[in-house]
Write a new protein. Structure first.
Length: 348
């Protein structure tokens, strides 16, 4: 079993700090819910008191809609097929629109739909070109029921400042004849947001924020695995799915967490040169035996996988001389939160 322990006070302090710097932010709950699950994030968003929560897909709406009672922005653009198409009229949902044909299609199905118009950025993911935005603005004149809630830009991460790109996109909005709608943005620094607010005072900028809000203080989160079993082995003993032999005396430790949780193999401990391999062999043959480093650690020391992770459990090799935890103990696991699914989340 994998457990995510949340230090609630620290977790929420980071949220309030982030919200304090950007009071118009829109929390994002999508995918595996940044390791916590979307339903928990919806509850945190409700407690934060924000007016809108963003989800990634139409299928994710069901995970949050009974917990968070405000508006729900779907980041994946609306399309006339799949889960978006079967979504019946819903006052709480804001659709992202990035193609003229989708604008027409959606308006036919729901003349009063709430929408944001997405602009294409250097990401080249979705959205209208400058010309497309102009056509969309014209079409909107004939679709007065549609409620335009804003314009959305999805920017690349990091790198140089995105300000010049955003300035160009803002100019495209003006050129399209759109009134100053709120602008929903991602991945801008506090400084860039402040600069934009100064340059475009009639516009409200709304940063869509996930990582910084939920994972901004990693120290607030800790993942542990339950020790499920322990088997002493002597050098040469056979174990595992692949009938491997123990390279020396020790313990095969069976711990919770496997491929189903997103636990994967880490890079091998040894370098690949012959000299490094010889060195590893001399040090006890662990690396040479093909053991690779695992994300699990015991007593602060990272442990080796005895074999690749199973579906819901993993086998570690603990050499003699190192402390072996008790069955039922919890040991630390280092995970990437956006690719890990835990069995339970414990707030304390
Ligand atoms: C995921 C996502 C975000 C939030 O990204 P973080 O890096 O987690 O803050 C913002 N906008 C869009 C369109 C996204 O898909």
């Amino acid at each position: 079993m994998l457990t995510l322990h949340v230090d609630t006070a620290r977790f929420r302090a980071n949220q309030h700090l982030t919200l304090g710097k950007a009071p118009t932010l829109v929390p994002v709950a999508k995918g595996n819910g940044y390791g916590l699950g979307n339903a928990w994030l919806a509850e945190e968003a409700r407690l934060l008191g924000v007016d809108t929560l963003a989800v990634g897909t139409y299928d994710e709406l069901a995970e949050v809609r009974d917990v968070f009672t405000g508006s729900l922005l779907v980041l994946t653009p609306w399309r006339p097929f799949g889960s978006a198409a079967v979504q019946t009229h819903d006052d709480r949902v804001i659709h992202t629109i990035g193609r003229i044909s989708d604008l027409r299609d959606l308006a036919e199905r729901d003349p009063n739909a709430r929408i944001v118009l997405e602009q294409r950025t250097s990401m080249l993911r979705h959205g209208f070109t400058a010309q497309g935005l102009r056509e969309a603005a014209e079409l909107l004149d004939s679709l007065p029921g549609l409620q335009v809630e804003g314009v959305a830009l999805h920017l690349p991460m990091g790198g140089a400042s995105h300000l010049s790109e955003v300035q160009r996109l803002m100019n495209d909005q003006v050129a399209a004849g759109l009134p100053p709608h709120p602008v929903w943005v991602s991945h801008l620094s506090d400084h860039e947001l402040a600069e934009l607010a100064r340059t475009w005072p009639e516009y409200a900028f709304r940063p869509r924020t996930g990582t910084r809000l939920w994972l901004g203080d990693r120290g607030a989160l800790r993942v542990t695995a339950t020790v499920l079993d322990a088997h002493p082995v002597a050098r040469g003993d056979v174990f595992g799915y692949r009938g491997r032999t123990a390279p020396k005396d020790g313990t095969i430790l069976v711990v919770g967490g496997g491929t189903a949780h997103g636990i994967g193999l880490e890079a091998p401990t040894g370098a690949s040169t012959l000299k490094a391999k010889a060195g590893a062999l001399a040090r006890g043959g662990m690396d040479a035996a093909g053991f690779v480093r695992s994300p699990y650690s015991i007593g602060g020391k990272q442990r080796l996988f005895a074999e690749p992770p199973h579906m819901q459990a993993s086998m570690l090799f603990v050499p003699n001389g190192s402390a072996v935890p008790e069955i039922g103990d919890e040991i630390d696991v280092r995970v990437r939160f956006t690719t890990t699914t835990v069995d339970r989340v414990v707030f304390s």
